[in-house]
Design a protein around this ligand. Structure first.
Ligand code: ZN
Length: 318
């Protein structure tokens, strides 16, 4: 058992239940929801609560909200949505891809101190604490500012025991470098989840990541470029290879988004992301689980993927 910081306070890892390990109530940019809230459309709290209530009614008990500061983290919003929906939300600290230029001279130890405060004292001005660490690199690889953030996340992890999730770019095998950095920092790779891994069907590469000891986030559904079915075939293939106990399927669904003006000047009611996935947090229940069962997965397999694996990742550092 391990104590986890949810946005409503500590919960025990045994209370997680069915958990989606990479989702977003909202994505925008740092400070935007406070300073320019109208860009996120009207009644955002009500819309988010309604969406998560539907998730809760389908049996989704907990979600990892992967929105960092640079993605517009708003802990008070998450608190309101968690209270209103009954879904446990665990929010991350760390950094995604947007490192502003004035932060590029800041060192890894300085940033690690800030991330540790987010975990131990709470996001500034709130008593809401981070329950997971996150760092990122994409098609450009681990650039200098992103390396600083990755090392800061590794150091904050070593001081707190809070696990790490990693935005990665499987097409470019970017996790090879990210894992190398964690090794240099002395991180136990059994406390690391490499995400967005179902953006590829290259199971040889994914097996390599798993063989380093990491968890794997197969967390893009429906996703782009690779069909949902092929994503599920890849998931099942990894299960058949014996890795069921380190795989975490999720959607990377974004509930609230900035609504962009159209060329005719109008602003659509529905964000393009909602159109591409009208099922939102229920896509897995409605499409992936039936597909996975048709491929031969058992109820026990599903319990391992959605209940045991999230719990064991949170317990890995205790
Ligand atoms: Zn995400």
């Amino acid at each position: 058992m391990a104590s986890i910081n949810s946005v409503l306070g500590p919960i025990d890892s045994s209370e997680l239940g069915f958990t989606l390990m990479h989702e977003h109530v909202m994505i925008s940019a740092s400070g935007l929801s406070r300073h320019y809230p109208a860009l996120l459309g009207p009644n955002k709290e009500t819309r988010a609560i309604a969406s998560l209530k539907r998730a809760k009614a389908a049996g989704i008990q907990s979600m990892l909200d992967a929105t960092t500061f640079d993605l517009g983290r708003d802990p008070e919003l998450l608190k309101e949505v968690s209270e209103g929906s009954g879904v446990n939300l665990i929010n991350v600290t760390g950094w995604w891809l947007d490192v502003p230029r004035f932060l590029q001279g800041v060192g890894a130890n300085q940033m690690a101190d800030e991330f540790v405060k987010d975990i131990q004292e709470g996001f500034r001005g709130t008593n809401i604490k981070a329950g997971m660490l996150k760092c990122a690199a994409d098609f450009e690889g681990v650039t200098r500012p992103l390396e600083t953030m990755a090392r800061a996340v590794a150091r904050a992890h070593l001081q707190t025991g809070v696990p790490i999730m990693v935005h990665s770019y499987p097409t470019g095998h970017v996790a090879r470098r990210q894992i190398e950095i964690f090794r240099e920092e002395g991180v136990d790779l059994g406390q690391v989840k490499i995400d967005h891994c179902n953006d590829t069907t290259d199971t040889e590469y994914l097996e390599w990541i798993l063989d380093q000891g990491c968890f794997l986030g197969l967390d893009r559904y429906p996703g782009r470029f690779v069909s949902p079915h092929m994503r599920t075939v890849t998931l099942k293939k990894l299960m058949d290879l014996g890795y069921t106990e380190r795989l975490c399927p999720s959607h990377d669904c974004i509930c609230l988004h900035i609504h962009n003006e159209l060329p005719d000047g109008s602003i659509p009611e529905e964000h393009v992301f909602q159109k591409s996935n009208p099922d939102q947090f229920l896509f897995i229940h409605r499409h992936v689980i039936p597909d996975l069962k048709a491929l031969g997965a058992t109820d026990r397999d599903l319990e391992i993927l959605f209940v045991d694996n999230p719990r064991r990742l949170f317990e890995s550092g205790s």
